[in-house]
Write a protein that binds this ligand. Structure first.
Ligand code: PLP
Length: 473
Protein backbone atom coordinates (compact mmCIF):
# COMPACT_ATOMS: atom_id res chain seq x y z
CA UNK A 1 0.00 0.00 0.00
CA UNK A 2 1.09 3.57 -0.56
CA UNK A 3 2.21 5.94 2.21
CA UNK A 4 -0.90 8.02 1.65
CA UNK A 5 -3.14 4.97 2.15
CA UNK A 6 -1.14 4.07 5.27
CA UNK A 7 -1.84 7.53 6.73
CA UNK A 8 -5.56 6.99 6.36
CA UNK A 9 -5.63 3.34 7.40
CA UNK A 10 -3.50 4.16 10.46
CA UNK A 11 -6.00 6.75 11.65
CA UNK A 12 -8.94 4.44 10.96
CA UNK A 13 -7.26 1.65 12.90
CA UNK A 14 -6.64 3.85 15.95
CA UNK A 15 -10.32 4.83 15.80
CA UNK A 16 -11.31 1.14 15.61
CA UNK A 17 -9.13 0.32 18.64
CA UNK A 18 -10.53 3.21 20.72
CA UNK A 19 -14.07 2.12 19.83
CA UNK A 20 -13.24 -1.49 20.75
CA UNK A 21 -11.97 -0.49 24.18
CA UNK A 22 -14.89 1.86 24.77
CA UNK A 23 -17.46 -0.87 24.17
CA UNK A 24 -15.55 -3.98 25.22
CA UNK A 25 -17.84 -4.51 28.24
CA UNK A 26 -20.80 -5.21 25.93
CA UNK A 27 -19.11 -8.25 24.43
CA UNK A 28 -19.04 -11.79 25.83
CA UNK A 29 -15.77 -12.28 27.74
CA UNK A 30 -15.12 -15.70 26.21
CA UNK A 31 -16.24 -16.67 22.72
CA UNK A 32 -19.10 -19.08 22.08
CA UNK A 33 -17.36 -21.15 19.40
CA UNK A 34 -15.81 -24.59 19.10
CA UNK A 35 -12.40 -25.77 17.92
CA UNK A 36 -12.12 -25.49 14.14
CA UNK A 37 -14.74 -22.70 13.87
CA UNK A 38 -12.55 -20.62 11.56
CA UNK A 39 -11.64 -23.43 9.19
CA UNK A 40 -15.15 -23.57 7.79
CA UNK A 41 -15.47 -19.80 7.43
CA UNK A 42 -12.26 -19.12 5.54
CA UNK A 43 -10.95 -20.04 2.10
CA UNK A 44 -8.31 -22.73 2.28
CA UNK A 45 -5.97 -20.84 -0.05
CA UNK A 46 -4.28 -17.48 0.28
CA UNK A 47 -5.63 -14.72 -2.02
CA UNK A 48 -3.74 -14.35 -5.27
CA UNK A 49 -4.62 -10.67 -5.76
CA UNK A 50 -4.21 -7.89 -3.19
CA UNK A 51 -7.31 -7.11 -1.15
CA UNK A 52 -8.38 -3.80 0.37
CA UNK A 53 -7.87 -2.77 4.00
CA UNK A 54 -11.63 -2.32 4.36
CA UNK A 55 -12.33 -5.91 3.34
CA UNK A 56 -9.68 -7.29 5.70
CA UNK A 57 -10.91 -5.17 8.62
CA UNK A 58 -14.48 -6.22 7.92
CA UNK A 59 -13.41 -9.87 8.12
CA UNK A 60 -11.45 -9.13 11.29
CA UNK A 61 -14.68 -8.05 12.95
CA UNK A 62 -16.84 -10.74 11.30
CA UNK A 63 -14.52 -13.75 11.56
CA UNK A 64 -11.79 -13.09 14.12
CA UNK A 65 -13.65 -11.17 16.84
CA UNK A 66 -16.17 -14.00 17.44
CA UNK A 67 -13.22 -16.21 18.36
CA UNK A 68 -11.48 -13.72 20.67
CA UNK A 69 -11.22 -14.05 24.45
CA UNK A 70 -11.31 -10.45 25.61
CA UNK A 71 -8.45 -10.20 28.10
CA UNK A 72 -9.06 -6.48 28.62
CA UNK A 73 -12.75 -6.99 29.45
CA UNK A 74 -13.78 -5.69 32.90
CA UNK A 75 -15.13 -9.15 33.73
CA UNK A 76 -11.93 -10.99 32.79
CA UNK A 77 -10.55 -12.45 36.04
CA UNK A 78 -8.62 -15.42 34.66
CA UNK A 79 -4.88 -16.17 34.67
CA UNK A 80 -3.05 -12.88 35.30
CA UNK A 81 -3.46 -9.43 33.77
CA UNK A 82 -2.24 -9.17 30.18
CA UNK A 83 -0.44 -5.82 30.29
CA UNK A 84 -1.96 -3.31 27.92
CA UNK A 85 -1.96 0.47 27.82
CA UNK A 86 -1.88 3.25 25.28
CA UNK A 87 1.74 4.28 25.97
CA UNK A 88 2.76 0.66 25.46
CA UNK A 89 0.72 0.27 22.26
CA UNK A 90 2.20 3.44 20.81
CA UNK A 91 5.74 2.39 21.74
CA UNK A 92 5.17 -0.99 20.08
CA UNK A 93 3.92 0.77 17.02
CA UNK A 94 7.00 3.01 16.86
CA UNK A 95 9.35 0.09 17.48
CA UNK A 96 7.72 -1.88 14.69
CA UNK A 97 7.90 1.15 12.43
CA UNK A 98 11.65 1.38 12.95
CA UNK A 99 11.79 -2.29 12.01
CA UNK A 100 15.16 -2.80 13.69
CA UNK A 101 16.66 -6.05 14.93
CA UNK A 102 18.86 -5.76 18.00
CA UNK A 103 21.02 -8.81 18.45
CA UNK A 104 24.20 -6.85 19.08
CA UNK A 105 25.04 -3.34 20.21
CA UNK A 106 26.19 -2.50 16.67
CA UNK A 107 23.01 -3.82 15.03
CA UNK A 108 21.06 -0.93 16.61
CA UNK A 109 22.86 0.86 19.46
CA UNK A 110 19.80 2.63 20.89
CA UNK A 111 18.07 -0.71 21.51
CA UNK A 112 20.83 -1.98 23.79
CA UNK A 113 21.47 1.37 25.45
CA UNK A 114 17.79 1.93 26.30
CA UNK A 115 17.42 -1.64 27.59
CA UNK A 116 20.28 -1.01 30.03
CA UNK A 117 18.75 2.24 31.24
CA UNK A 118 15.18 0.98 31.71
CA UNK A 119 16.37 -2.22 33.40
CA UNK A 120 18.33 -0.04 35.81
CA UNK A 121 15.27 2.18 36.45
CA UNK A 122 12.87 -0.68 36.85
CA UNK A 123 15.21 -2.78 39.01
CA UNK A 124 15.57 0.21 41.32
CA UNK A 125 11.82 0.81 41.29
CA UNK A 126 11.12 -2.67 42.64
CA UNK A 127 13.88 -2.50 45.27
CA UNK A 128 16.50 -4.86 43.83
CA UNK A 129 19.93 -4.51 45.45
CA UNK A 130 22.43 -2.35 43.49
CA UNK A 131 24.53 -5.45 42.65
CA UNK A 132 21.84 -6.47 40.15
CA UNK A 133 21.48 -3.11 38.42
CA UNK A 134 23.12 -2.63 35.01
CA UNK A 135 24.37 0.93 35.50
CA UNK A 136 25.94 0.39 38.93
CA UNK A 137 29.50 1.71 38.66
CA UNK A 138 32.01 -1.13 38.42
CA UNK A 139 29.29 -3.74 39.01
CA UNK A 140 29.06 -7.23 37.55
CA UNK A 141 25.27 -7.31 37.58
CA UNK A 142 22.99 -6.82 34.64
CA UNK A 143 19.46 -6.80 33.31
CA UNK A 144 17.88 -8.10 30.14
CA UNK A 145 14.42 -8.34 28.60
CA UNK A 146 13.47 -11.90 27.65
CA UNK A 147 10.31 -12.92 25.86
CA UNK A 148 8.73 -14.72 28.82
CA UNK A 149 9.23 -15.90 32.37
CA UNK A 150 9.64 -19.49 31.18
CA UNK A 151 12.68 -18.35 29.24
CA UNK A 152 14.07 -16.54 32.31
CA UNK A 153 13.65 -19.69 34.39
CA UNK A 154 15.36 -21.72 31.69
CA UNK A 155 18.36 -19.47 31.09
CA UNK A 156 18.98 -19.07 34.81
CA UNK A 157 19.03 -22.86 35.08
CA UNK A 158 21.47 -23.01 32.15
CA UNK A 159 23.73 -20.46 33.85
CA UNK A 160 23.64 -22.38 37.13
CA UNK A 161 24.30 -25.66 35.33
CA UNK A 162 27.27 -24.20 33.46
CA UNK A 163 28.73 -22.80 36.67
CA UNK A 164 28.50 -26.06 38.62
CA UNK A 165 29.76 -28.11 35.68
CA UNK A 166 32.76 -25.80 35.35
CA UNK A 167 33.67 -26.51 38.99
CA UNK A 168 33.01 -30.23 38.67
CA UNK A 169 35.17 -30.50 35.55
CA UNK A 170 38.01 -28.93 37.51
CA UNK A 171 37.51 -31.24 40.48
CA UNK A 172 36.98 -34.42 38.46
CA UNK A 173 38.88 -33.90 35.17
CA UNK A 174 38.79 -37.60 34.33
CA UNK A 175 35.10 -38.22 34.97
CA UNK A 176 32.84 -38.28 31.95
CA UNK A 177 30.65 -35.13 31.70
CA UNK A 178 27.46 -37.11 31.19
CA UNK A 179 28.07 -38.83 34.51
CA UNK A 180 28.58 -35.52 36.31
CA UNK A 181 25.42 -34.13 34.73
CA UNK A 182 23.44 -37.15 35.91
CA UNK A 183 24.29 -36.25 39.52
CA UNK A 184 22.93 -32.70 39.40
CA UNK A 185 19.70 -31.93 41.20
CA UNK A 186 17.56 -28.79 41.20
CA UNK A 187 14.71 -27.80 43.57
CA UNK A 188 11.45 -25.92 43.52
CA UNK A 189 8.20 -26.15 45.46
CA UNK A 190 5.06 -27.90 44.28
CA UNK A 191 3.56 -24.43 43.73
CA UNK A 192 6.34 -23.35 41.34
CA UNK A 193 5.28 -22.71 37.76
CA UNK A 194 5.43 -25.67 35.39
CA UNK A 195 8.09 -23.85 33.36
CA UNK A 196 10.63 -24.78 36.06
CA UNK A 197 9.89 -28.45 35.46
CA UNK A 198 10.13 -27.86 31.73
CA UNK A 199 13.48 -26.05 32.16
CA UNK A 200 14.89 -29.04 34.04
CA UNK A 201 13.49 -31.42 31.44
CA UNK A 202 15.16 -29.54 28.57
CA UNK A 203 18.28 -28.90 30.67
CA UNK A 204 18.51 -32.64 31.42
CA UNK A 205 18.83 -32.28 35.18
CA UNK A 206 16.86 -33.91 37.96
CA UNK A 207 14.26 -31.82 39.73
CA UNK A 208 13.00 -32.46 43.24
CA UNK A 209 9.63 -30.86 43.89
CA UNK A 210 9.33 -29.90 47.56
CA UNK A 211 6.34 -29.64 49.87
CA UNK A 212 5.07 -26.25 51.00
CA UNK A 213 3.75 -25.17 54.39
CA UNK A 214 0.07 -24.62 55.16
CA UNK A 215 0.26 -21.23 53.41
CA UNK A 216 1.64 -22.78 50.20
CA UNK A 217 5.15 -21.40 50.81
CA UNK A 218 8.49 -23.15 50.47
CA UNK A 219 10.40 -22.93 53.77
CA UNK A 220 14.16 -22.87 54.37
CA UNK A 221 14.12 -25.97 56.57
CA UNK A 222 12.43 -28.05 53.86
CA UNK A 223 15.12 -27.08 51.37
CA UNK A 224 17.95 -27.66 53.86
CA UNK A 225 16.72 -31.17 54.67
CA UNK A 226 16.27 -32.06 51.00
CA UNK A 227 19.79 -30.89 50.13
CA UNK A 228 21.24 -32.96 52.97
CA UNK A 229 19.30 -36.08 51.98
CA UNK A 230 20.35 -35.75 48.36
CA UNK A 231 24.00 -35.16 49.23
CA UNK A 232 23.84 -38.36 51.29
CA UNK A 233 22.65 -40.15 48.16
CA UNK A 234 25.65 -38.85 46.19
CA UNK A 235 23.72 -36.22 44.25
CA UNK A 236 24.93 -32.66 43.63
CA UNK A 237 22.40 -29.93 44.57
CA UNK A 238 23.08 -26.86 42.41
CA UNK A 239 19.91 -24.78 41.82
CA UNK A 240 16.73 -23.71 43.57
CA UNK A 241 13.94 -21.83 41.85
CA UNK A 242 11.73 -19.95 44.29
CA UNK A 243 8.48 -18.18 43.53
CA UNK A 244 7.25 -14.84 44.77
CA UNK A 245 3.59 -14.88 43.76
CA UNK A 246 2.75 -18.44 42.76
CA UNK A 247 0.47 -19.09 39.83
CA UNK A 248 -2.26 -20.96 41.70
CA UNK A 249 -2.74 -18.73 44.73
CA UNK A 250 -0.08 -15.99 44.77
CA UNK A 251 1.77 -17.37 47.78
CA UNK A 252 5.34 -16.25 48.53
CA UNK A 253 8.19 -18.65 49.25
CA UNK A 254 10.01 -17.53 52.39
CA UNK A 255 13.06 -16.03 50.74
CA UNK A 256 14.50 -14.79 54.04
CA UNK A 257 14.89 -18.46 55.11
CA UNK A 258 15.72 -19.97 51.73
CA UNK A 259 18.37 -17.37 50.87
CA UNK A 260 20.81 -18.34 53.67
CA UNK A 261 20.28 -22.05 52.90
CA UNK A 262 21.22 -21.44 49.26
CA UNK A 263 24.29 -19.43 50.28
CA UNK A 264 25.42 -21.98 52.91
CA UNK A 265 25.15 -24.75 50.34
CA UNK A 266 26.60 -22.77 47.45
CA UNK A 267 23.64 -23.34 45.17
CA UNK A 268 22.21 -20.87 42.62
CA UNK A 269 19.11 -19.14 43.95
CA UNK A 270 16.68 -18.00 41.28
CA UNK A 271 13.61 -15.93 42.15
CA UNK A 272 10.62 -16.09 39.81
CA UNK A 273 8.26 -13.19 40.51
CA UNK A 274 6.59 -13.27 37.09
CA UNK A 275 3.33 -11.66 38.25
CA UNK A 276 3.94 -10.27 41.74
CA UNK A 277 7.30 -8.63 41.05
CA UNK A 278 5.62 -5.46 39.79
CA UNK A 279 3.89 -5.24 43.18
CA UNK A 280 7.28 -4.37 44.70
CA UNK A 281 7.15 -0.91 43.15
CA UNK A 282 5.05 -0.20 46.26
CA UNK A 283 7.47 -0.20 49.22
CA UNK A 284 4.83 -1.64 51.57
CA UNK A 285 5.06 -4.98 49.68
CA UNK A 286 8.85 -5.26 49.74
CA UNK A 287 9.00 -7.21 53.01
CA UNK A 288 8.23 -10.23 50.79
CA UNK A 289 11.51 -9.60 48.99
CA UNK A 290 13.68 -9.97 52.09
CA UNK A 291 16.44 -12.46 51.31
CA UNK A 292 16.89 -11.23 47.73
CA UNK A 293 20.47 -10.38 48.65
CA UNK A 294 21.18 -14.12 48.42
CA UNK A 295 19.76 -14.50 44.90
CA UNK A 296 21.79 -14.98 41.75
CA UNK A 297 18.92 -14.17 39.37
CA UNK A 298 15.45 -12.64 39.49
CA UNK A 299 12.66 -12.19 36.95
CA UNK A 300 9.33 -10.42 36.68
CA UNK A 301 7.01 -9.67 33.76
CA UNK A 302 5.95 -6.05 33.22
CA UNK A 303 3.75 -7.63 30.55
CA UNK A 304 1.69 -9.15 33.32
CA UNK A 305 1.12 -6.52 36.00
CA UNK A 306 2.70 -3.32 34.78
CA UNK A 307 0.67 -2.29 31.76
CA UNK A 308 3.32 -3.28 29.20
CA UNK A 309 2.11 -5.38 26.28
CA UNK A 310 3.46 -8.87 25.77
CA UNK A 311 6.31 -9.61 25.36
CA UNK A 312 8.41 -8.04 28.10
CA UNK A 313 9.89 -10.29 30.76
CA UNK A 314 12.65 -8.59 32.71
CA UNK A 315 15.48 -10.54 34.26
CA UNK A 316 18.44 -9.46 36.39
CA UNK A 317 21.57 -11.34 37.36
CA UNK A 318 24.07 -10.66 40.10
CA UNK A 319 26.95 -11.64 37.80
CA UNK A 320 26.33 -11.16 34.09
CA UNK A 321 29.46 -13.10 33.17
CA UNK A 322 28.02 -16.21 34.82
CA UNK A 323 25.00 -15.91 32.56
CA UNK A 324 26.80 -15.16 29.31
CA UNK A 325 29.52 -17.81 29.77
CA UNK A 326 26.74 -20.37 29.37
CA UNK A 327 25.39 -18.82 26.17
CA UNK A 328 28.22 -17.29 24.12
CA UNK A 329 28.69 -18.53 20.58
CA UNK A 330 30.51 -16.01 18.47
CA UNK A 331 30.67 -16.44 14.68
CA UNK A 332 32.66 -13.91 12.68
CA UNK A 333 29.64 -12.42 10.90
CA UNK A 334 28.22 -11.18 14.24
CA UNK A 335 31.41 -9.64 15.57
CA UNK A 336 31.95 -5.86 15.53
CA UNK A 337 34.47 -3.28 16.56
CA UNK A 338 32.65 -2.20 19.75
CA UNK A 339 32.56 -5.61 21.44
CA UNK A 340 35.07 -4.68 24.13
CA UNK A 341 33.09 -1.66 25.26
CA UNK A 342 29.48 -2.76 24.79
CA UNK A 343 26.94 -5.43 25.60
CA UNK A 344 25.63 -7.83 22.98
CA UNK A 345 22.30 -9.12 24.22
CA UNK A 346 22.48 -12.13 21.89
CA UNK A 347 24.69 -13.67 24.59
CA UNK A 348 22.03 -13.25 27.28
CA UNK A 349 19.35 -15.55 25.92
CA UNK A 350 18.33 -18.09 23.33
CA UNK A 351 17.15 -16.06 20.30
CA UNK A 352 19.55 -14.10 18.17
CA UNK A 353 17.09 -11.54 16.78
CA UNK A 354 15.37 -9.27 19.28
CA UNK A 355 12.58 -6.69 19.08
CA UNK A 356 12.86 -3.16 20.49
CA UNK A 357 11.03 -4.14 23.69
CA UNK A 358 12.71 -1.61 25.96
CA UNK A 359 10.77 1.11 24.18
CA UNK A 360 7.40 0.10 25.62
CA UNK A 361 8.79 -0.21 29.13
CA UNK A 362 10.31 3.26 28.77
CA UNK A 363 7.08 4.80 27.45
CA UNK A 364 5.01 3.21 30.22
CA UNK A 365 7.35 4.22 33.05
CA UNK A 366 7.63 7.78 31.75
CA UNK A 367 3.98 8.34 30.92
CA UNK A 368 2.57 6.89 34.16
CA UNK A 369 5.49 7.86 36.38
CA UNK A 370 6.38 5.67 39.36
CA UNK A 371 3.50 7.24 41.29
CA UNK A 372 0.97 6.45 38.56
CA UNK A 373 2.12 2.83 38.48
CA UNK A 374 1.96 2.56 42.28
CA UNK A 375 -1.58 3.89 42.16
CA UNK A 376 -2.53 1.24 39.59
CA UNK A 377 -1.00 -1.59 41.69
CA UNK A 378 -2.55 -0.35 44.93
CA UNK A 379 -5.97 -0.14 43.31
CA UNK A 380 -5.76 -3.79 42.22
CA UNK A 381 -4.64 -4.94 45.67
CA UNK A 382 -7.40 -2.93 47.32
CA UNK A 383 -9.99 -4.48 44.98
CA UNK A 384 -8.69 -8.02 45.55
CA UNK A 385 -9.12 -7.42 49.30
CA UNK A 386 -12.59 -6.05 48.73
CA UNK A 387 -13.48 -9.22 46.84
CA UNK A 388 -12.00 -11.27 49.68
CA UNK A 389 -14.15 -9.37 52.18
CA UNK A 390 -17.29 -10.01 50.14
CA UNK A 391 -16.59 -13.74 49.98
CA UNK A 392 -15.63 -13.99 53.64
CA UNK A 393 -18.99 -12.52 54.59
CA UNK A 394 -20.76 -15.15 52.47
CA UNK A 395 -20.98 -18.57 54.17
CA UNK A 396 -21.12 -20.52 50.91
CA UNK A 397 -17.53 -19.60 49.97
CA UNK A 398 -14.16 -20.35 51.47
CA UNK A 399 -10.96 -18.40 50.79
CA UNK A 400 -7.92 -20.61 50.23
CA UNK A 401 -4.54 -18.95 50.77
CA UNK A 402 -3.66 -15.34 51.61
CA UNK A 403 -4.70 -12.36 49.50
CA UNK A 404 -1.52 -10.30 49.34
CA UNK A 405 -1.52 -8.98 45.79
CA UNK A 406 -4.31 -8.87 43.20
CA UNK A 407 -5.21 -12.55 43.30
CA UNK A 408 -7.22 -14.82 45.57
CA UNK A 409 -8.45 -18.40 45.33
CA UNK A 410 -11.78 -19.73 46.47
CA UNK A 411 -12.79 -23.32 46.89
CA UNK A 412 -15.75 -24.06 44.71
CA UNK A 413 -16.96 -26.82 42.52
CA UNK A 414 -16.23 -27.44 38.91
CA UNK A 415 -19.85 -27.01 37.95
CA UNK A 416 -19.85 -23.43 39.16
CA UNK A 417 -16.82 -22.51 37.10
CA UNK A 418 -18.15 -24.21 33.97
CA UNK A 419 -21.45 -22.43 34.30
CA UNK A 420 -19.85 -19.05 34.91
CA UNK A 421 -17.47 -19.34 31.96
CA UNK A 422 -20.07 -20.62 29.53
CA UNK A 423 -22.40 -17.74 30.43
CA UNK A 424 -19.93 -15.41 28.67
CA UNK A 425 -20.45 -12.86 31.47
CA UNK A 426 -17.27 -13.51 33.42
CA UNK A 427 -14.08 -15.49 32.98
CA UNK A 428 -11.97 -17.24 35.63
CA UNK A 429 -9.73 -20.32 35.64
CA UNK A 430 -9.21 -23.07 38.22
CA UNK A 431 -6.18 -24.31 40.11
CA UNK A 432 -5.42 -27.29 42.29
CA UNK A 433 -4.25 -26.56 45.83
CA UNK A 434 -3.46 -29.59 47.99
CA UNK A 435 -5.68 -31.60 45.66
CA UNK A 436 -8.59 -29.23 46.15
CA UNK A 437 -10.24 -27.70 43.12
CA UNK A 438 -10.23 -23.94 43.59
CA UNK A 439 -11.26 -21.00 41.44
CA UNK A 440 -8.76 -18.18 41.06
CA UNK A 441 -9.99 -14.62 40.89
CA UNK A 442 -7.52 -12.06 39.61
CA UNK A 443 -8.10 -8.33 39.24
CA UNK A 444 -6.96 -7.68 35.68
CA UNK A 445 -8.50 -4.63 33.98
CA UNK A 446 -6.37 -1.49 34.09
CA UNK A 447 -9.19 0.74 35.34
CA UNK A 448 -10.97 -1.85 37.51
CA UNK A 449 -13.46 -0.25 39.91
CA UNK A 450 -15.34 -1.14 43.09
CA UNK A 451 -18.41 -1.67 40.96
CA UNK A 452 -16.58 -4.22 38.78
CA UNK A 453 -15.84 -6.22 41.92
CA UNK A 454 -19.40 -6.12 43.26
CA UNK A 455 -20.78 -7.04 39.82
CA UNK A 456 -18.35 -9.98 39.63
CA UNK A 457 -19.27 -11.08 43.15
CA UNK A 458 -23.01 -10.83 42.33
CA UNK A 459 -22.64 -12.96 39.20
CA UNK A 460 -20.62 -15.59 41.09
CA UNK A 461 -22.79 -15.76 44.18
CA UNK A 462 -26.08 -15.81 42.25
CA UNK A 463 -24.83 -18.62 40.01
CA UNK A 464 -23.54 -20.55 43.04
CA UNK A 465 -26.92 -20.20 44.77
CA UNK A 466 -28.79 -21.45 41.69
CA UNK A 467 -26.52 -24.51 41.62
CA UNK A 468 -26.98 -25.14 45.35
CA UNK A 469 -30.72 -24.78 44.94
CA UNK A 470 -30.73 -27.25 42.02
CA UNK A 471 -28.70 -29.79 43.98
CA UNK A 472 -31.15 -29.64 46.91
CA UNK A 473 -34.22 -29.80 44.68
N1 PLP B 1 6.32 -18.16 36.50
C1 PLP B 1 5.19 -17.86 37.17
C2 PLP B 1 5.24 -17.70 38.66
C3 PLP B 1 3.98 -17.67 36.48
O1 PLP B 1 2.87 -17.38 37.17
C4 PLP B 1 3.97 -17.84 35.08
C5 PLP B 1 2.73 -17.68 34.33
O2 PLP B 1 1.69 -17.40 34.82
C6 PLP B 1 5.17 -18.16 34.43
C7 PLP B 1 6.32 -18.32 35.18
C8 PLP B 1 5.24 -18.34 32.95
O3 PLP B 1 5.10 -17.10 32.34
P1 PLP B 1 5.42 -16.87 30.82
O4 PLP B 1 4.14 -17.05 30.10
O5 PLP B 1 5.90 -15.46 30.75
O6 PLP B 1 6.45 -17.85 30.38
Amino acid sequence: ISREEFRKIGKDTIEYIAEYHENIGKRRVVPAIEPGYLRDLMPHEAPKKPETFESVLEDFERLIMPGVTHWQHPRFHAYFPAGNSYPSLIANFLGDALGTVGFSWASCPAMTELELVVLHWYGKMIGLPPEFLPLTEGGRGGGVIQSCASECNFVSLLAARFEVMKELRKRFPFVEEGLLLSKLIAYCSKEAHSSVEKACMIGMVKLRILETDSRFRLRGETLRNAIQEDRNLGLIPFFVSTTLGTTSCCSFDVLSEIGPVATDNDIWLHVDAAYAGSGFICPENRHLLTGIEHAMSFNTNPNKWMLVNFDCSTMWVRDRFKLTQALVVDPLYLQHSWMEKSIDYRHWGIPLSRRFRALKLWFVIRMYGVEGLQKYIRNHIRLARKFETLLKADPIFEIVGDVQMGLGSEEANQQLLTRLNSSGRIHMVPASLNNRFVIRFCVCAEHATDRDITVAYDIISQTARVILHESVA
